[in-house]
Design a protein around this ligand. Structure first.
Ligand code: FAD
Length: 403
């Protein structure tokens, strides 16, 4: 693998860097660094205005095909854009779900009407989306979704509860996995619906997290309505569409994260260099280990993207997700160990948490969302190492022997 930019990629990197330098100025200078881990609530209005600025200048959805308003950028340039974006300390994006998950899913499975209706507002940053998958008894076991959708004339009527729905409180639309045929086997009776959030049948209740902020929510559907034509893919074939969305979840964005992680590690290194612990051999070993693992994360992610022109294949994506989530969690723990007793005190006023404290608290979530570490290990065990598969819930319930 050649780790250097090709001449085209180098030109693209320069263009991206110049645009970011020229535009993270004026009113947007204040947006730098907003919305990082554990601070997702920060500067929503400014970040939404920034999203629209990105959209107006063609810097959202760079990997979408040109016919849908993207730049048709190859994977290498999508990676470069993410790296340069984080390097410039640009604010966390507000429509990750729309651009990264729903958009590619609609391009692959949507009707022409759905594409015409929804893709441009995502690209322009004027309609924000959230992901309605998880329920109290359907997280890792997503096929257990119980939220029901029933046809009523030209509409679907949705009843049930979702949980952990990130950004629901700021979203205009939600892509919801619903049960449309309760008689069919678990995976076969699901549909993928697009549901408007601003209606009487939907109640969003923010969940207060240990960072003190509320990134995600409970969402209650009580007779919520959406159009009969707003099913993506076929009715009762939502499992296939839902899995396609998940496949888009991680990939090029990881390399932007690596740049952000490096900044966090450098921050820690600076603290240690200026402290009286810089000669502590155990600490030095842990810092070197963090540096090496981060380098491996970068190389492994680059390898998983090499030759790929779409979602990364599941085993590679699982390896990256497992490594990525564990690295960040461990960095948070290392930061607290370095700070020692100071880690227990809210230093910033008014009793606000510091960046490192927020990283420590929020990174616990990194090993859960997007598929927990245990689930990634199951996938790697079964699909890469060829270990015996885990017993399937349906089969065991019907009395099949555990392999
Ligand atoms: C910050 C954050 C944001 C999120 N955002 C969204 C969102 O926007 N939309 C959305 O739909 N969901 C979202 N989620 C939910 C996320 O997808 C789920 O938390 C995740 O899938 C795990 O499901 P669960 O929480 O129900 O845990 P469970 O599935 O109940 O798992 C509990 C524990 O058991 C383990 N476990 C479960 N099954 C197995 C198994 N077969 N083998 C071994 N161990 C197992 C898990 O690893 C975990 O440790 C978010 C979660 C977090 C933390």
């Amino acid at each position: 693998m050649d780790l250097h930019d090709s001449p085209e990629d180098a030109a693209f990197r320069t263009e991206a860097r110049h645009w970011l330098e020229a535009n993270l100025t004026g009113e947007f200078a204040e947006a730098r660094g907003l919305g990082r881990a554990g601070r997702q609530h920060q500067g929503r209005e400014l970040r939404t205005a920034w999203e629209r600025k990105l959209g107006a200048d063609g810097w959202t959805c760079v990997g979408w095909p040109i016919e849908y308003g993207g730049r048709g950028a190859p994977v290498s340039q999508q990676v470069i854009w993410n790296e340069e974006y984080v390097r410039a300390d640009a604010p966390a994006r507000v429509n990750v779900m729309g651009e990264g998950l729903l958009g590619p899913t609609l391009i692959a499975y949507g009707t022409e009407e759905q594409k015409t209706r929804f893709l441009n507002p995502i690209r322009w940053g004027v309609e924000l989306w959230c992901q309605g998958y998880s329920e109290p008894n359907a997280g890792s076991d997503l096929a257990n979704v119980q939220t029901r959708a029933v046809r009523d004339g030209d509409e679907w009527v949705v009843t049930g509860q979702k949980v952990w729905t990130s950004y629901a409180q700021w979203s205009d639309w939600c892509f919801v996995v619903c049960r449309t045929d309760p008689e069919a086997p678990r995976h076969k009776g699901l549909s993928y619906l697009l549901v408007p959030m601003d209606q009487p049948g939907i109640e969003v209740r923010p969940i207060r997290q240990m960072t003190g902020t509320s990134e995600f929510n409970e969402v209650f559907f009580d007779g919520a309505r959406t159009g009969a034509d707003l099913v993506v893919g076929e009715v009762n074939d939502g499992w296939r569409v839902a899995l396609a969305t998940l496949a888009f979840e991680r990939g090029v964005g990881l390399l932007g994260d690596v740049v952000g992680f490096r900044r966090e590690l450098d921050h820690l290194l600076n603290i240690v260099r200026t402290s009286n612990r810089s000669h502590d051999p155990l600490l030095r070993e842990r810092l070197a280990d963090a540096w090496i693992r981060l380098y491996i994360l970068r190389l492994n992610t680059l390898r998983s993207l090499t030759g790929v022109d779409g979602p990364v294949a599941p085993p590679q994506a699982s390896i990256s997700k497992l490594y990525w989530g564990s690295w960040h969690r461990d960095l948070g723990e290392l930061a607290m160990d370095i700070l020692g007793a100071r880690a227990e005190v809210a230093e910033a006023l008014p009793y606000d948490l510091t960046d490192l404290q927020r990283i420590f608290l929020f990174s616990r979530a990194d090993t859960i969302y997007g598929g927990s570490n245990e689930i990634q290990r199951n996938i790697i065990g079964e699909r890469v190492l060829g270990l015996p598969p885990e017993p399937k819930v349906d089969a065991v319930a019907k009395g099949a022997p555990i392999p």
